[in-house]
Design a binder for this molecule. Structure first.
Ligand code: BGC
Length: 257
């Protein structure tokens, strides 16, 4: 995406819609850090567009925020329209997410894929900045597996590498963080799966750097020792704040804030 200059001192509310929680915080875009607590409300079930929009409004009210808002959701999103719904209600498909959130918040809201948001945050504010001239792949391990691909700092949006087929199924059904917990896998067993997946992604895209994000990135010492790729592997710097920070950064870019 063509990059605009973000105004010095810009603050934007970032919101990250996940399978189990909807998180938000006001982001200082000079430093890419949260100025407030990271407030979390459980994702309503079923996570229909109407129910999620209502929860997003509650988060905005929690911060009594009337400024710009960016929202990250776990879906393919093209020109504001949702095209997939792996871990949220299927009724999202075809929904105009930009119109929905803008309507409920009474301002223009920018919406993008959650892993793309995390990747943008890591690339602009994390160690990945040093790799801006190469190929960088961020993978988030949570309820599903999200991905963001960057070539020379440019995002290829909606890459959806969590749905690559492995052993006859979606990779995220075999190697997500949720599967580790659900199937009671040891860290070593789960890391073996992650490694098989990383090597597959490496064969297809030859990245210079993998960034491992999602909640598990805080526990990298448990599984990084079992991972082996030619590409360097690092844990996400922004940990579970990356989606919130990236959503805010994206809104600031798009809205020229
Ligand atoms: C979705 C992606 C999302 C990822 C992480 C996958 O199931 O298809 O769009 O980025 O989960 O939330």
């Amino acid at each position: 995406m063509a990059q605009q200059e973000i105004q010095p001192g810009a603050h934007v509310l970032g919101i990250d819609v996940g399978g189990s929680g909807i998180k938000g915080g006001i982001v200082d875009l000079d430093a890419g850090r949260l100025l407030t607590d990271r407030h979390r409300i459980a994702t309503p079930q079923p996570a229909t567009p109407k129910a999620v929009a209502k929860t997003v409004r509650k988060l905005v009210e929690h911060f009594t925020w009337d400024g710009a808002v960016g929202v990250a959701i776990p879906s393919i999103i093209r020109h504001g329209i949702v095209h997939s719904a792996a871990n949220i209600d299927p009724s999202w498909i075809g929904d105009d997410a930009v119109a929905r959130f803008s309507g409920v918040l009474d301002r223009t809201v920018w919406v993008l894929n959650d892993a793309d948001a995390a990747g943008l945050a890591e690339l602009h504010f994390g160690h990945a900045r040093d790799y801006a001239d190469g190929v960088v792949i961020l993978l988030t391990f949570g309820t599903g597996i999200g991905s963001a691909i960057f070539v020379e700092g440019e995002l290829l949006p909606n890459s959806e590498l969590g749905h690559l087929e492995l052993n006859g199924d979606d990779a995220e059904h075999w190697a997500s963080a949720k599967v580790r917990e659900r199937d009671n896998l040891s860290w070593e067993e789960w890391a073996g799966r992650v490694n098989t997946y990383l090597q597959h992604v490496e064969f297809l895209f030859s990245p210079d750097l993998f960034i491992i994000g999602g909640g598990v990135s805080r526990r990298s010492e448990k599984f990084f020792p079992y991972l082996e790729t030619s590409a360097r592997i690092i844990a996400a710097d922004l940990e579970n704040r990356a989606g919130v920070v990236g959503a805010a950064w994206y809104a600031a870019q798009k809205g020229e804030i």
